[in-house]
Design a protein around this ligand. Structure first.
Ligand code: ZN
Ligand code: ZN
Length: 326
């Protein structure tokens, strides 16, 4: 066999090897895709089941009763809020601390992530609400060490002293009403979500930005609550900027700012928890207005859908909303 024939035959051999490897890779890919679709179908079935839907209904009933009672006793609640604000909050050194907001945010993140870690490791009866039925704990592996090395130092050595540098914390001298706090928290979530949607979309569309800033957050397609703070410095900063801009645009009351932190962070941790509880706010409020964990889980798996964090309207408006895996 001459050199040319030898080259042709080795070229053909290589082509056959490449095509075999490609076929094997595409078979593995399609197996993975069909496994994911199967799991998603199972999830949709579980959500549609009678048992799940009756729990959603009961959660709605409890919510409506609670909201009605609050509405009927609004003057009493306003008076209680006023007492709380003047007698406890304004006299508390923690509440008055110039870095109260980053300190509060860190505490709420630690509490929520700790709570979901306890559910993951110690409450197997809640596994029935997990979005992915398999029990991998890979997302928790080295999470604490990683957080202590990366995210925690940003808070303690950047955001908390930064509050001191700015000395910008102003205490409102009048107590807010319950209605004002609810209105400002909801408006804050809407403004945050609008800013976050567009920034997040760009981070996914511009490859160098994704690689350099956002890829860390997409470390694993199976999310756990610990992933809610798995960020590069710029990615985490973008989250903080969205919150600060939203609250500053609204000129929100000191108490609304604190409550916004509580609500927004709890929603972020719940969206990354991997659990889909019937009593979650996205189930209580009908028509999928709130995004919730199932929607954000799909964002982590697909990357090209569900860029909003709290609501679904921006994704619906721009055609990036998805609830099922198809
Ligand atoms: Zn996420
Ligand atoms: Zn993303």
């Amino acid at each position: 066999m001459d050199a040319a024939a030898c080259g042709v035959s080795s070229g053909l051999g290589m082509k056959r090897t490449i095509s075999r490897t490609t076929r094997r890779a595409s078979t593995l890919d399609s197996l993975q895709i069909s496994k994911e679709e199967e799991q998603r179908e199972d999830l949709i079935e579980r959500i549609a089941s009678r048992d799940f839907q009756s729990r959603v209904l009961w959660s709605r009933v409890v919510f409506v009763i609670g909201a009605s009672l609050a509405w009927l006793h609004l003057p009493f609640l306003d008076a209680a809020l006023q007492r709380l604000y003047f007698s406890h909050l304004l006299t508390s050194p923690f509440f008055r601390h110039y870095s109260f907001e980053p300190l509060l945010a860190s505490t709420i993140f630690a509490f929520n992530i700790g709570l979901f870690a306890v559910l993951d490791f110690f409450i197997p009866s809640l596994q029935k609400y997990r979005i992915q039925p398999y029990k991998t704990m890979a997302a928790w592996k080295n999470r604490l060490q990683d957080a202590l090395k990366n995210e925690v130092p940003w808070y303690f050595f950047f955001w908390i002293p930064f509050g001191g540098l700015l000395r910008a914390r102003r205490m409102a001298t009048a107590a807010p009403t319950v209605a004002l706090v609810i209105k400002e928290v909801l408006a804050g979530l809407c403004i945050y979500d609008a800013l976050f949607y567009f920034g997040h979309n760009i981070l996914h569309r511009v490859a160098p930005l994704y690689k350099g800033i956002h890829a860390k957050h997409h470390h694993s397609p199976v999310v756990r609550a610990g992933d809610s703070i798995r960020h590069s410095f710029l990615d985490g900063t973008w989250d903080v900027v969205c919150a600060v801009v939203a609250l500053n645009v609204l000129k929100a009351h000191t108490l609304s700012r604190a409550l916004f932190n509580l609500v927004a962070i709890s929603l972020i941790c719940e969206a990354h928890s991997g659990y889909h509880f019937p009593w979650a706010i996205n189930n209580i409020v009908p028509m999928h207005i709130f995004a919730g964990s199932v929607v954000h889980d799909l964002h982590h798996r697909k990357g090209k859908v569900n860029f909003s964090k709290f609501f679904t309207w921006w994704d619906r408006m721009f055609g990036t909303y998805a609830f099922e895996a198809s």
